[in-house]
Design a protein around this ligand. Sequence first.
Ligand code: PLP
Length: 376
Amino acid sequence: MIHYLDNAATTRTLPEAAEIAQQVMCEQFGNPSSLHKMGIAAAQLLKESRETVAQAMGCTPAELFFTSGGTEGINTAIFGAAQKNRHIGKHIVTTAIEHAATIQACRRLESQGWEVTYVAPQADGHVPAQAVVDALRDDTALVSVMLVSNEVGTVLPVAEIGAALKRRNPQALFHVDAVQGLFRVPLTPKKWNCDLMSVSGHKIGAPKGIGAFYKKREVHLQPYLVGGGQESGFRSGTEPMPQIAAFAQACRIRAAHMADDVAHVAALKSYLIEQVEQRLPWAVWNGQGDVPHVVNLSLPGCKSEVMLRVLESKDVFVSAGSACSKGKESAVLRAMGLDKKRIDSALRISFAPFNITQDIDALLDGLEAGAKMLRR
Ligand code: PLP
């Protein structure tokens, strides 16, 4: 039996989502732009899928654009906003705990003469709204922050940040990377004064390679991809209907069970904390995760990469940090000011609704065995 506890990296595709993708690939495979019956059926499926995903994102269908995932949404937002708002100034505010997609997009803009302020988190992984507000300047063109940290599970105060930004710099754009927030916390971009928002399907049981981007109706950005004019001209390219239909199906299932799923995952987190405190009382928690699906802990003296191998040999899968950091020291934990011993031994454990307490028991057995071997 596999104990997959790396759901912030990606999730298993829900069988119902895989089923509809298969059906759309092999039977209902028309191009939504075709004028015949099969095209019309595909266009109808696209419309229904857009309505479903828009509901999950708290926006209207006309404000939703399908993308290839979170990275594309983030790139679209950052480069699009920079292009649109460069007349205001060349300053961006983001945080030091963002996903690589945001950090690398900002780095590229820095190489083109932009200035970026990376607001530091507190030691517990929280980023206070005031710290972001203090970084705003008259020439700030864009603020981009994540909703939920993929490494320590903290929730950022996006509503306060959005309100303060629009009071101080009404023309500046506000982008929220909500990839880890979808179906974990309600998405309410209108209440947050959010102009742009990115989510990704593979974090909620849809296949990889599909995401969605919210763009407030009044905000006009230059399209990132041009061509056949699909997605109202904002994102050209034949719509990936199997992934889109599967994403919508995953949204329907997750929406129907959101409250139960959140409660179930919260119970798993409590069980993990209780068991770690009993069995590994010397372990240290990193950050104070607000969402239940991501927790981060260090076992000082046990190198993460080695512990990952020990766990893997027992079919327990967790990660040492963000999947995209691929073994490099976590910039997020460093920004939180943790010492090297803690950073080098950090493990991120992330749950999905299908996890059960046996997964945690297997994890604890693996951690105890690993610690016996590795702890110095
Ligand atoms: N933002 C966050 C917070 C993430 O956790 C991820 C996932 O790795 C991404 C962005 C990138 O999303 P995707 O893998 O869909 O490109």
